[in-house]
Design a protein around this ligand. Sequence first.
Ligand code: GDP
Ligand code: MG
Length: 182
Amino acid sequence: MQKSTQKEHLYKLLVIGDLGVGKTSIIKRYVHQNFSPHYRATIGVDFALKVLNWDSETVVRLQLWDIAGQERFGNMTRVYYREAMGAFIVFDVTRPATFEAVTKWKEDLDSKLILPNGKPVSTVLLANKCDQGRDVLTNNGIKMDQFCKDNGFVGWFETSAKFYPGTSVEALSSNHSKHDHH
Ligand code: GDP
Ligand code: MG
């Protein structure tokens, strides 16, 4: 039950990056605690809501905006980005081309979205599918911290929508439907 004294905050967060890097899967994992190995390109405008009971007085609603199939074009409209409070740019550690696209996505975002204070929106880089290895991160000798500094990212994380490192499979599967075991 919601108390009348609770404050609500709604934040629009963008999740962008090339096709197939795992944007929809990351959102699904975060919001619904599940993962589907079946590929389904997102169609139509889509967002998911994650409600965080921040503390007894504060509710935070994260509106996670998923790209709706337009990622083939490598850019989005200004209208799509409008009023976002933050962004995640995702690449797939197994596909170098998706990492090369990261700067292009960042430029597209920064050219179309400027916060009321004149600054670009805070953007975090996600190196997804880290359950598949870290080839792109290690082979190319990319210094990720330096890359983030040079390209205006507030930071980066290795992620997996399929498997959380450090989390037991048992803990994960308690939230899974029987089709989601791996
Ligand atoms: P999107 O196009 O960026 O939304 O990518 P999807 O979320 O549709 O994922 C594309 C494919 O990659 C699907 O087959 C997913 O099951 C798979 N996938 C997504 N995230 C991961 C991950 O972290 N690890 C692995 N192994 N596969 C993933
Ligand atoms: Mg998708």
